[in-house]
Design a protein around this ligand. Sequence first.
Ligand code: ZN
Length: 411
Amino acid sequence: MKMTENILAEIRKNIRRAKKSEFYKKHFADIHPEDIKTEADFRKLPFTDKEDLRNAYPLGLAAVPEERIVRIHSSSGTTGTPVIIPYTRKDVLDWAKMFKRCYEYAGITSKDKIQITPGYGLWTAGIGFQLGAELLGAMALPLGPGNTDKQIKMMIDMGTTVLTATSSYALLLAEEIERRGIKNRIKLKKGVIGSERWGKKMRARIADELGVELYDIYGLTEIYGPGIGINCMHDSAMHMWSDYMFYELIDPATGKRVKQGERGELVITTLQKEGAPLIRYRTHDLTREVPGDCACGSEHPRIAAIDGRSDDMVKVKGTVVYPSRVDELLSGVDGVSSEYQIMIDHMNGKDIVTVYFETPRPTHEERGALEKTVEREFKAAVGMTPKAKAVGMGELPRSEKKTPRIFDNRY
Ligand code: ZN
């Protein structure tokens, strides 16, 4: 994203605010906001990573007195200490404004009925979708996750027009609607899907089976939550709200900025956040900047859909395996569906990699041929031959949150 004098001034203000927190008092002890005069000065500032936020538990990130904090959220840590993000009243309102803008970019209006299936509670997802819907004046149906029977009943009885979900749960609902043969009773027009890495095949299946237009909404709890960016009707790239944040793309290994248009890790600096301002926060989400103007006329810059994480690769037999690479290679194999799982086991002193994939093809012969093709394509794309196992449609587990793809059972 392009740096301007205005943004630099906002960043100086942000650093001043941030340095009121215990965390940045230490992390930025030798940094003085007035010294940040150019983009080069800014790019010398240290990054902030999730581990730093964990170490600031519980309220080391708070940059305002406790009486100004109106809410906290917590990001899901798979291991150890959670991260607590405090919000002021302005932060909560800003988040709702950004979310409303997301809905507007997706062409959603006050006439829509928005069914919210992401979770409520410490997790930021559900409540963000709801605040945005209410500010827009649409009807929110706050179901939260799970209970597929009730989801479908509400969808039919209330005439839901917009489904908000993770891609995994949207797929589960789409398959269930297809299975029950009730597509003609569903009035869905649009799906707003929390952005995570999801392959082209999965997207096409959800769009086809539900008969909806899909929008990728981006966000993370550390930076408000979902709703800090979304794609518009004209393109699949996501507009990022440049009045609330400055973003950069860096090489995850070196921390240096990547060349224009190259893939890198998204790093975000908040510009208006009060409760927990963040400077150069590493999201670990991989994407690239999309240059040029969008046909919609928006001035907010764009990034491509997230296509991986800089920390979700695994190393097997000296080879690095990225789930995004596997998505890509499987989407090129005819007869293989979007759902797969990779199991890594250690047996008799050797690492064993098994790729399970779903296929609609029923016969033993057809499946055997597909397994051979997947093994060959995997070797060509990843550099190592796995054991491929075909299973029927719907046999691999679906998740209401993000569906894990790689299971490393070696340790
Ligand atoms: Zn646009």
